[in-house]
Design a protein around this ligand. Structure first.
Ligand code: F6R
Ligand code: MG
Ligand code: MG
Length: 364
């Protein structure tokens, strides 16, 4: 059975500040998606939140980039925004960058990760959701899962994975894409994705049969809006097992708190802390950046009961390490590399400061 998995998210208002979402908003989204399921438009859905981002997880048979699916998600965000405005939630509607929907969510603000695929005999899928960071935050974990044999044992000892995986990388500045085959082109891949503010992994597929295993959201809000509008807070999902990385190999990508861009005012490096759903509430210095993961066993498109994958005790050390890194970086205050470089900062007073001091600068 061919199904489409669409994970579509937007920050439509935070409670309190940018730290979390309001239950009333989730309820509105659930009611709308339930209606769509009752009508048969959706097969199934699950609504959740990661920090201040509302997450719509949907299965259907309309394919990717479907106008009606995207329009429905857009309308859901709009209706939720009305309530967010009524409750005066912080930054109500902040990710809805355009006034009218024009056929596709691309360039409109919300993040989209989608794949159409033949549901396998058993189809474990893990949906990762992040807050207070950018789409390039997925680069290291995806590299670990699909290209690093020290992380994923199956690359070495599973004959179905031994042929390697191909990464589709997007240049989000120039709007170009390139496919790189691993392990053959690992060094080229790393040369690009080591710059996560620009090169972002969009898809990964098994090279031998082009089975797509990964889709990520790649929208960069600041590039769309041309100014600061909040971090993108990306999503992605990964299909697992049976010739793909095992669930444990997928999760191993988050066994260490990688340092990512985002955090306070989208202008700081911070540790990417793996957490359970109830801890996806960035608080200290509006962070540190969070990642949570829900696992599903699809059954004819039905999502079934989710599992909170990163809540597990085995990630306690990564959380502790993240808090330690947070302390080390925080101590550095306004100095790089805690603060991002000038071209990456979402908030800056630098041009104004330079202008003010222009006449006081003397030749050396
Ligand atoms: C990060 C984020 C927050 C805000 C910060 C200041 O993505 O959204 O850290 O940037 O809380 O927000 P304002 O300027 O609205 O007070
Ligand atoms: Mg927000
Ligand atoms: Mg957010």
């Amino acid at each position: 059975m061919k199904i489409t998995l669409s994970v579509i998210k937007a920050d439509i208002g935070g409670h309190v500040g940018h730290s979390s979402s309001h239950p009333a908003i989730l309820e509105i989204a659930r009611n709308i998606l339930q209606d769509e399921k009752n009508k048969g438009f959706l097969i199934d859905f699950y609504v959740t939140a990661c920090g201040d981002d509302l997450q719509l997880i949907m299965t259907h048979q309309h394919g990717v980039d479907n106008k009606d699916v995207h329009a429905m998600a857009w309308d859901t965000f709009k209706k939720c925004t009305e309530k967010a405005k009524e409750l005066k939630l912080y930054g109500a509607g902040q990710d809805l960058l355009k006034d009218t929907f024009s056929g596709n969510l691309k360039g409109m603000g919300p993040g989209v990760a989608e794949l159409e695929f033949e549901e396998r005999k058993s189809e474990p899928v893990i949906i990762f959701m992040a807050d207070k960071t950018e789409p390039g935050a997925w680069n290291i974990p995806l590299y670990k899962m699909f290209a690093d044999p020290f992380s994923t044992a199956g690359l070495v000892i599973d004959s179905e994975m031994h042929g390697g995986f191909t990464f589709e990388v997007h240049d989000v500045i120039e709007n170009k894409k390139v496919e790189l085959k691993c392990p053959e082109e690992i060094y080229d891949l790393l040369a690009l994705i080591g710059q996560p503010g620009r090169y972002v992994i969009k898809h990964v597929y098994r090279t031998s049969d082009k089975l797509y295993a990964v889709s990520t959201s790649t929208s960069r809000l600041s590039l769309i809006a041309g100014k600061y509008v909040g971090k993108d807070d990306p999503v992605m999902f990964v299909r697992a097992q049976h010739g793909l990385p095992a669930v444990g190999e997928v999760l191993e990508g988050f066994a260490h708190p990688w340092i990512v861009a985002g955090w306070m005012r989208g202008s700081h490096h911070g540790p990417f802390m793996p957490v359970g759903v109830e801890d996806a509430t960035p608080s200290r210095f509006d962070g540190p950046p969070r990642v949570m993961a829900l696992g599903f066993q699809l059954a004819n498109g039905m999502l079934g009961m989710p599992r909170d994958m990163l809540k597990d005790k085995s990630f306690d050390k990564a959380r502790w390490e993240a808090l330690k890194i947070a302390d080390i970086l925080r101590r550095q205050g306004p100095f790089e590399p805690h603060r991002l470089g000038p071209e990456e900062m979402e908030y800056t007073t630098l041009p104004a400061v330079k202008k003010k001091l222009k006449n006081r600068f003397q030749d050396i």
